[in-house]
Design a protein around this ligand. Structure first.
Ligand code: FUB
Ligand code: ZN
Length: 651
């Protein structure tokens, strides 16, 4: 499949990534950008003086002297940058970018040990503890990001340099890990290599990579004491390793074998990276039991533990899931990377079954939490994506130090910024999937390309007014095929739709949220019209904080109120039964957007409240107010102020 996205909405992001994010992130990784790096939360142990990521590689390569600086996984920032740069190069080849990538690749080659190992923290500061503190070491997590970068770089440029580095590291890993006597029989504390190995398999067709991935998935949780035992062994072997922490197995999803895990627990990014890998391995190895396990985890997330914005992770403590229906709007985590991981999970679930419940979530994550993670200038980022913010609380409530009212320039832990860049530049891989005789359209954006089916090729082109309104036109041209099926996702936000094939309205067959059309002419034009209007969503009654509230959505975008448009004390506003109108604005400070407006009510703070905190209940005085909603992803791009997604509803 080869698809090129030429969509106005997304091309703005590709350009932003190419012109701003990639050069900016390159400078930050080289410690050449004059910025303040924020701690992701109040914690004096967070390394936030500088990135030092390139310098760490130089030191490991023997090209500079000094100590490692930053998190144990600082190398992954460089690998994710390289992946984003490769994807961007594929969209828009550019010699300067190619030479920047070559420079970094040379450094990685130089930093790699003879035996294939690379992890600059352990190489520089702690060689004796290589692979011996897997609960936190992130060595295989970094290997995974290296592999993903290698695959992207190979696909974009044809160069095998990083594939060679990856293969050498994989061999080193195979030499150390496995259930044979004398090997380490366990997995990294942070899942990532599992999904990366499948990607490497996809380009090399080396089946041992699939087996290694399956091994890492299946060994997790077999011995819940594995991480603890590793630390105890270090003590027995006289290896100095600092204080021994208590291991929280749920945090690492190592409390039981993955096939038995039915709920989303622990660190949210780890969980969804793991689940994405499980879905992929299950697909390639035809492992029905593993797919069934994925379905249980998926169901638990989307029916009980996910925010309407596609955010996951209800608490900062362990950046983790908590319990069913616990979705606080102002203390949540909703890490950008976690929603990116949900996109990976959804994409891989779609390989098993074309079911709109997967692609709806993919779209929800992408158009809301994922792009909320980057400011419209491409140089400021959210790690945590709240659904309700009061800036004073971010500053004065220690329990909300992780919630930022505006996007910082960078973080001590910089996992999210390059993750956004690499994901958005790979959007072409999320639009369609196919099988022997069908093409499935999951996302709607202008694009064109070719998809290979068993008997031939279909040239496909989408022209659409999405995400602003719901018109999509498909042009199909069959080459060597007599017939095929096109499955078109009917989004959950489209209350009605109409399909016109070669000028005639058709009904098609609806199955699990996809409308199927039989295509038998060489050239076919299909027009789809999705009704796109503001919808008011309610939450399950057990989501305590959303009781009596609604959230607005139009098309793929969830909306929010911001103080800039609505004044302070957003919590005093209510939506009434007045009509919600749409107001398209072009070239605004927030770009081209459609505002939603309605006449609501605002509770007055009457003078009786002066000097009082409580008084006997009396009917509240309200005044009419105009409420203006903006797409959630655009919030915090103008001023620092309050923001709220869920708003009181008065019948
Ligand atoms: O641990 C590596 C990355 O840093 C995780 O995926 C993020 O949640 C952040 O903790
Ligand atoms: Zn992150």
């Amino acid at each position: 499949m080869s698809i090129k996205v030429n969509d106005k909405f997304w091309e703005r992001y590709f350009k932003l990534i190419r012109d701003e994010m990639i050069p900016y992130q390159w400078n930050v990784l080289h410690d050449q950008e004059n910025i303040t790096i924020d701690k992701e939360r109040d914690d004096e142990n967070i390394p936030s003086e500088k990135s030092h990521a390139i310098q760490n590689l130089k030191i490991a390569a023997g090209l500079a002297e000094g100590d490692h600086y930053g998190w144990l996984f600082q190398d992954s920032d460089v690998y994710k940058w390289l992946e984003a740069a490769s994807n961007s190069y594929a969209i828009h080849p550019d010699e300067k970018l190619l030479s920047m990538m070559d420079e970094v690749i040379s450094l990685i080659e130089a930093a790699q040990d003879e035996d294939g190992y690379i992890s600059t923290y352990y190489q520089i500061n702690n060689p004796k503890l290589k692979f011996r503190r897997l609960f936190e070491s992130h060595e295989l997590y970094c290997a995974g990001h290296l592999i993903e970068a290698a695959v992207a770089h190979y696909k974009a440029t044809g160069s095998e340099r990083l594939i060679t580095v990856s293969n050498q590291f994989v061999q080193c890993i195979k030499n150390h890990f496995g259930d044979e006597e004398g090997k380490i029989n366990g997995a990294d504390g942070h899942q990532e290599i599992e999904l990366a190995l499948v990607k490497l398999y996809e380009v090399t067709k080396d089946e041992s990579l699939l087996e290694l991935s399956a091994y890492f998935l299946e060994v997790r949780g077999q011995d819940p004491d594995f991480y603890k035992k590793q630390l105890e062994e270090n003590i027995e072997n006289g290896l100095s390793q600092g204080p021994v922490p208590t291991i929280n197995n749920e945090y690492h999803q190592s409390h039981k074998p993955v096939m038995e895990q039915e709920e989303a627990v622990g660190h949210a990014v780890r969980l969804v990276y793991m689940a994405a890998a499980m879905a992929d391995v299950a697909y390639y190895l035809n492992n029905e039991k593993m797919y069934e396990a994925c379905k249980k985890i998926w169901k638990n997330i989307v029916t009980k533990r996910m925010y309407i914005t596609g955010g996951i992770g209800s608490t900062v403590h362990g950046e983790a899931f908590t319990y069913d229906y616990d979705l606080p709007n102002d203390t949540m985590y909703c890490e950008t990377c976690a929603s990116i991981g949900m996109m990976f999970f959804a994409k891989n679930m779609l390989k098993h079954e074309t079911d709109a419940s997967y692609s709806d979530i993919l779209e929800r994550c992408l158009y809301n939490t994922v792009i909320s993670g980057v400011a419209l200038d491409g140089k400021h980022f959210f790690y945590v994506n709240p659904l309700e913010v009061q800036p004073e609380a971010c500053q004065k409530d220690p329990g909300k130090s992780h919630v930022k009212a505006t996007r910082p320039s960078w973080f001590g832990c910089a996992c999210c910024p390059p993750n956004i860049a690499r994901t958005l530049t790979s959007l072409d891989q999320y639009i369609y999937s196919s099988n022997e005789d069908s093409v499935f359209a999951h996302l709607f954006m202008d694009n064109e390309g070719e998809i290979n089916l068993d008997k031939g090729t279909v040239a496909i082109r989408q022209e659409t007014t999405m995400p602003y309104s719901g018109n999509v036109r498909f042009y199909l041209e069959l080459d060597n095929i007599n017939k095929m099926r096109l499955g078109i996702r009917i989004p959950s936000w489209a209350e009605d739709f109409q399909i016109i094939k070669d000028g005639k309205e058709v009904e098609g067959k609806l199955d699990r949220g996809y409308l199927y059309l039989e295509i038998s002419k060489r050239q076919t034009v299909i027009d789809v019209h999705f009704e796109m209007k503001a919808i008011q969503w309610a939450s399950h009654p057990l989501v305590r904080g959303n009781q009596g509230k609604v959230a607005l959505q139009r098309g793929p975008f969830v909306y929010c109120l911001e103080e800039e448009d609505n004044g302070e004390n957003l919590h005093l506003n209510s939506i009434t039964n007045q009509q919600v109108t749409e107001k398209p604005v072009e070239d605004s400070a927030l770009g081209d957007i459609v505002l939603l407006e309605t006449i609501g009510q605002k509770e007055k703070i009457t003078k009786e409240w002066n000097e009082r905190l409580y008084q006997k209940y009396a009917t509240k005085e309200v005044e009419q107010t105009q409420l203006t909603f903006i797409p959630y992803y655009t919030w915090a791009n103008r001023s620092s102020g309050q923001m709220q997604v869920w708003v009181n509803k008065k019948e």
